[in-house]
Design a protein around this ligand. Structure first.
Ligand SMILES: [Zn+2]
Ligand SMILES: [Zn+2]
Ligand SMILES: [Zn+2]
Length: 267
């Protein structure tokens, strides 16, 4: 089945430009003479297939991203983890959820489910439910078996455990593509789940190592090890200037940018 993937955002948690920063990349991100690919909103994906729209994460820029990409309809959302840059756009699902016949299905691991329930308590609380809260239904992911899958509109989404500093969070494989945002390491159990990929999307924060994110050199080593047909780096900070950084990379490895679309086979 043909699918299209759109990068709604490709920035790190602080976004690019980073507030208060005057560096060349942050300046380029907002200048009319700059490189618009340096303007990086918080990381998220849209997948379109089978006449359905599935999102991976809803970060704090989701409202602006949805307007930019003319998202008028969402059928499901998968979450990677509960950090602010991945969940704070949750409330902007409200008007989209009202248009559906059933509650909007959300998929998340147990820790993320707990965080969503705590932060958006007025949505999930039976006693104090806010009347115009999002109409959603949380579906827990199987965390007992690495690579366990869930069928969403005819495509299988497998949970790929990844290390994000001290935490284990959720990466996803869907058909010939995998999305591993926010990761510092790939556990041995996840390596066999990432073979024969057309598209591998990986965290590559900056040049210097970071305790909870992979950096450029490390992400390149993962690409070498896993040998996808093409790789795209995301969750990028203001450390990486788009064009000069890409010029250093092998041709099958690119920096993702907001609005970039890729076609692939999802099932
Ligand atoms: Zn993040
Ligand atoms: Zn900067
Ligand atoms: Zn994170």
């Amino acid at each position: 089945m043909d699918a299209t993937l759109t990068f709604l955002g490709t920035g790190t948690s602080m976004g690019v430009p980073t507030l208060g920063c005057d560096c060349a990349v942050c300046a380029s991100a907002v200048s009319s003479e700059g490189d618009p690919r340096n303007r990086r909103t918080r990381p998220s994906l849209r997948l379109s297939y089978n006449n359905r729209v599935v999102l991976v994460d809803t970060g704090p820029d989701f409202h602006a991203q949805a307007i930019r990409e003319s998202i008028r309809h969402v059928d499901a959302v998968l979450y990677t983890h509960g950090h602010a840059d991945h969940i704070l756009g949750f409330d902007d699902l409200r008007p989209l959820s009202f248009r559906l016949k059933e509650n909007l299905p959300l998929y998340a691991d147990s820790e993320t489910t707990e965080t969503l329930r705590r932060i958006f308590n007025y949505t999930f609380s039976e006693r104090e439910r806010y009347s115009t809260a999002a109409r959603v239904a949380l579906h827990p992911l199987n965390e007992d078996i690495p690579g366990a899958g869930v069928d969403i509109f005819g495509a299988c989404f497998r949970r790929i455990p990844v290390s994000h500093g001290p935490q284990t969070i959720t990466g996803y494989r869907f058909g010939s593509a995998a999305y591993l945002t926010d990761m510092s390491d790939i556990p041995a159990e996840s390596i066999p789940l990432l073979q024969d990929l057309d598209i591998l999307i990986l965290d590559a924060l900056r040049r210097q190592p970071h305790p909870s994110h992979s950096h450029l050199e490390r992400s390149l080593a993962f690409v070498e090890q896993l040998r996808p047909r093409r790789a795209f780096f995301t969750h990028i900070s203001h450390d990486l200037d788009h064009a000069p950084t890409e010029a250093e990379l092998p041709p099958h490895v690119r920096l993702a940018y907001d609005g970039l679309q890729l076609n692939f086979e999802i099932a």
